[in-house]
Design a binder for this molecule. Structure first.
Ligand SMILES: [Zn+2]
Length: 123
């Protein structure tokens, strides 16, 4: 497991990378890092931020004990995220750090939808 270069903690759900591929455990550590490159003008940064938050929110919201309505709402939310970032699947993670991360989140969301939500409901 990768460790955060700022606080040395293990990196989990709140992983954040910069455009050099350096990993941080949180936005706070990312922002607090010395000599971090400026990512704000990167062409994929807005999509990266967006799908990262969707992934974190959906993962936090997922609860195997949730009722039918919550699960349906979550399913719709994930499906709309998968639609929104569909174009990144064509790149298959090529074209830089952020495109790679976006594609990874896309796959993780698809897995959450497919393996946990759809299969879970069929049982
Ligand atoms: Zn950290």
């Amino acid at each position: 497991m990768t460790k955060c270069i700022v606080c040395k903690k293990k990196i989990g759900l709140y992983l954040r990378v910069n455009n050099e591929g350096i990993a941080f455990c949180s936005d706070e550590c990312y922002e607090g890092a010395d000599n971090s490159p400026d990512d704000r003008d990167h062409p994929y940064i807005d999509d990266y931020d967006a799908i990262r938050w969707e992934y974190i929110a959906c993962t936090n919201e997922y609860d195997s004990e949730a009722g039918e309505e919550e699960i349906e709402a979550l399913q719709e939310r994930i499906e709309s995220a998968l639609d929104e970032f569909w174009e990144y699947t064509a790149l298959e993670g090529g074209d830089g750090v952020f495109a790679r991360e976006i594609y990874r989140y896309w796959q993780e969301l698809e897995e959450l939808l497919g393996e946990k939500i759809r299969l879970g409901r069929d049982v």
